[in-house]
Design a protein around this ligand. Structure first.
Ligand SMILES: NC(=O)c1ccc[n+]([C@@H]2O[C@H](COP(=O)([O-])OP(=O)(O)OC[C@H]3O[C@@H](n4cnc5c(N)ncnc54)[C@H](OP(=O)(O)O)[C@@H]3O)[C@@H](O)[C@H]2O)c1
Length: 341
């Protein structure tokens, strides 16, 4: 890395958060607005980052404990998925002007090894590569196809059903012929969950989830697609049907302020009902992303798969936006439109 081409802006992870969950203290992220972009080496690509994904995992990667990936290294650009356009390339597979996505980080220009990039299909908006065709769609698809496996007529409950992953899981389960019940945190979110194909939706902030399940799932739940964990998961477990599958996709309730470990009181229902409960990390299945895209892309193109995006403008809006995932004020896949701010 010798001479520099241009300057860029980025956020560096400067120190670890004092608490593993909750709002970030001042100083965790350091904004740098005049950073030299290194000259490309063989195999590298320079990407103009246009979109960045904020995910619950982003907060976990700031901590000093391993989660879906090892901690984001201190002193380096904060890790994030992003999408953008190739502005220079020393990699034989990528040409200037092509649209790509991958772990590009919290920055406006990313120099990355071409091997970590994925090409965005022709005609697909870049933001979709972080949403229906990206982390949200891939995660929903893998959790449902590999673990949930809903059959026609079965009952599927999806938690955080109005969010990025949850809303795709609702639609894929409904498309498989299942009866789908969503769980979400506001009447407006529940309306959206019904609009995209759920038979009903429980507003967990107003209704008792267990009582609602007794009413809405009289024959039991065949698949729980759980994004929340903790007390929510525990409230669902007494309703599992024989041979049910519990997809452990996320545990976003862990991020509640002052949250400690929550015991699962109702685990015995897993045993007596011969239930399979399994977690997964979508990144482990990169080799299958083409297969997943082949299924999701036509459904995206023909309008069968719908999504909402919660877009915040500019890289500098990202630190404050992250917490909306945990207080529920995001309305759809949380994305940052990176650019001058
Ligand atoms: N396994 C994997 O590989 C993988 C990959 C990506 C994401 N995930 C997981 O998928 C889940 C959804 O991620 P996403 O990016 O699509 O986020 P999202 O669902 O768009 O946003 C998070 C939503 O979670 C709900 N929520 C937050 N705290 C809650 C609580 N204490 N109880 C109930 N609901 C709560 C909020 O909606 P309400 O207003 O409805 O409360 C919030 O809007 C997360 O758990 C994430 O960790 C897993």
């Amino acid at each position: 890395m010798s001479e520099t081409l241009k300057r860029t802006r980025r956020y560096v992870l400067a120190e670890r958060p004092v608490a593993p969950t909750g709002p970030l203290q001042e100083g965790v992220l350091r904004y740098e607005d005049d950073v030299p972009v290194p000259q490309l080496e063989a195999g590298q690509v320079l990407v103009k980052v246009e979109w960045m994904s904020l995910d619950p995992a982003t907060r976990s990667w700031m901590n000093d404990t391993p989660s879906s990936l090892p901690p984001s290294p201190l002193g380096e650009t904060m890790r994030a998925l992003g999408a953008g356009t190739v502005s220079a390339s020393e990699h034989p597979d990528f040409a200037v002007g092509e649209q790509v996505c991958g772990l590009l980080g919290w920055q406006e220009d990313a120099v990355v090894d071409g091997s970590i990039l994925r090409r965005v299909p022709e005609g697909v908006p870049l933001n979709a590569s972080l949403n229906v065709l990206g982390i949200a769609g891939q995660t929903a698809w893998l959790g449902l196809h590999d673990i949930g496996r809903p059959r026609k007529g079965e009952t599927v409950v999806v938690t955080a059903a109005a969010g990025g992953v949850g809303s795709i899981a609702v639609q894929l389960a409904a498309a498989a012929g299942a009866r789908v019940i969503g769980v979400a945190g506001t009447p407006a979110k529940c309306d959206w969950v019904r609009e995209i194909g759920a038979d009903d939706c429980i507003n967990y902030r107003e209704d008792d989830v267990s009582a609602a399940c007794s009413r809405l799932c009289p024959d039991g739940i065949d698949v729980i697609f759980d994004n929340v964990g903790g007390a929510m998961l525990d409230a669902l477990l007494p309703h599992v049907a024989v041979n049910a599958r519990v997809v452990l996709c996320g545990a976003i309730s862990r991020h509640e302020s002052g949250h400690g470990p929550v015991p699962l009181d109702n685990w015995f229902h897993l045993l007596v009902n011969r239930v399979r409960m399994e977690g997964f990390i979508y990144m482990d299945h990169e080799a299958r992303f083409d297969e997943i895209e082949a299924d999701l892309l036509p459904r995206l193109r023909n309008g069968e798969l719908r999504s909402r995006e919660h877009v915040v403008e500019g890289l500098t809006a990202a630190p404050a936006a992250l917490h909306t995932l945990f207080d529920g004020t995001n309305t759809g896949k949380l994305l940052v439109r990176v650019g001058q701010s």
